[in-house]
Design a protein around this ligand. Structure first.
Ligand code: NCD
Length: 311
C-alpha cells in the first residue's frame, strides 16, 4: 500500500490532514482483515523496530492495545509505568526518556498528565513520538478509532450527526473527537451541564445542548464520556445520581427514541453513571468494536510512522 503521512510524530489530530486520516483508515482496514481476523497471523512490517510504551498515567486498554499492535507488527516492545519507577525518586520526564533512548528505542508511545508532554518530547528527543493522551489536551488514537468505528458502522462519516455527551471539560477524547469528526465532515453536538463544558467551545465548530433527550433525538451516534473524577477539583455537578438521571443513558431513554442510534464510550465506563449495564452491553453498543478497531488503527499508525523514520 502506498502513501505517506504528512507528520513524523502523532501528537494531535489537529496536525493531521484528511488524507492522513484516510491513509490510516485504509491501512487499518488491511490489518483488520489480514491480521486481526486470523489469530496466528502477523504482519512483520516493524521487525527491526523497538517500541517503548511509556505511561505516566494509568491505562488498561490503550497500553495493551498499543502493545498488541506493535507485537502483531513484529516489533520489540518494552513497557514502562511511572509507578514503581525512578520517577517516584524525582527523575524528570526528559531524563527518563533520554535514559530509555540511550537503550535504542525507536518509537515512544507516551501518556502523561501534562498537556503538551508529547509535543515537548518530540522537540527534544530523536525518537518518533506517539501521543497516547496528554492531560486534558488530546488523545489522537482514541479519536481515530472512534471515527473508524463510526465509518465501519455507517459507511461514511460525512454528514453524520454525532453527539458527545458528558465531561467535555476534562476530556482529551472530546477534543480529539471534535477535531477528527470536523475534519471528516460530521456534525458535532456537545451535551453536558454548563459546568462541564469549556467556555466558547462553539468556536470549534460544534453546537451545544444542555438536555439529553433532544440531543439523542438529533443524533445518529452518541459518544458518552467518563466522568473524570481524578481531574475534577471542584464539585461541578450536585451528585453522581443527579448526573446520571440527567445525562446518563438507560434502556428506557434509548427505547423512547423513535429510531436506533449507535452508542460509544472510550472506556473505562462508570457503569450506572454514564451508561447502565443494559445499554453498555446491549445491541446498540459499539464499545467492544471500538476496542478491536483500536488495535487495527494503532497498527496502522505505528506502521506508517515507523516507515517515515527511513524517509
Ligand atoms: C480515555 C483516556 O484515558 O483518556 N480512556 C482511554 O484511553 N480508553 C478516557 C478516559 O479516561 O475517560
Amino acid at each position: 500500500m502506498n502513501g505517506h503521512l504528512s507528520v513524523k510524530h502523532l501528537l494531535a489530530i489537529k496536525e493531521l490532514t484528511r488524507e492522513d486520516v484516510e491513509l490510516i483508515f485504509s491501512m487499518a482496514d488491511y490489518f483488520l482483515r489480514q491480521v486481526l481476523s486470523s489469530p496466528t497471523r502477523k504482519a512483520p512490517g516493524m521487525r527491526d523496530v523497538v517500541v517503548a510504551n511509556v505511561f505516566f498515567e494509568n491505562s488498561t486498554r490503550t497500553k495493551l492495545s498499543f502493545e498488541l499492535a506493535a507485537k502483531r507488527l513484529g516489533a520489540d516492545v518494552v513497557n514502562f509505568s511511572a509507578s514503581g519507577s525512578s520517577v517516584a525518586k524525582g527523575e524528570t520526564l526528559l531524563d527518563t526518556l533520554r535514559n530509555l533512548l540511550a537503550m535504542k528505542m525507536d518509537v515512544v508511545v507516551v501518556r502523561h498528565s501534562a498537556a503538551g508532554a508529547a509535543h515537548f518530547l518530540s522537540r527534544r528527543v530523536k525518537a518518533t513520538i506517539v501521543n497516547a493522551g496528554d492531560g486534558a489536551h488530546e488523545h489522537p488514537t482514541q479519536a481515530l478509532l472512534d471515527c473508524y468505528t463510526l465509518r465501519q458502522k455507517f459507511g461514511e462519516i460525512k454528514g453524520l450527526r454525532v453527539a458527545i455527551i458528558g465531561d467535555v471539560l476534562h476530556s482529551r477524547v472530546a477534543l480529539s473527537d471534535i477535531f477528527a469528526l470536523n475534519l471528516l465532515g460530521a456534525e458535532v453536538r456537545l451535551c453536558a451541564p454548563p459546568t462541564l463544558l469549556p467556555k466558547h467551545i462553539e468556536s470549534l465548530g460544534v453546537t451545544v445542548c444542555h438536555d439529553l433527550d433532544p440531543t439523542l433525538q438529533w443524533c445518529d451516534a452518541a459518544i458518552f464520556l467518563r466522568i473524570q473524577r481524578e481531574r475534577q477539583h471542584a464539585g461541578l455537578f450536585p451528585s453522581t445520581r443527579e448526573y446520571s438521571m440527567r445525562y446518563g443513558l438507560d434502556r428506557r431513554k434509548l427505547e423512547s427514541l423513535n429510531k436506533t442510534i449507535a452508542v460509544l464510550h472510550p472506556g473505562p465506563i462508570n457503569r450506572g453513571v454514564e451508561l447502565t449495564t443494559e445499554v453498555a452491553d446491549g445491541p446498540q453498543s459499539l464499545i467492544l468494536d471500538q476496542v478491536l478497531h483500536g488495535v487495527a488503527v494503532r497498527m496502522a499508525v505505528l506502521y506508517l510512522l515507523a516507515g517515515k523514520r527511513f524517509d
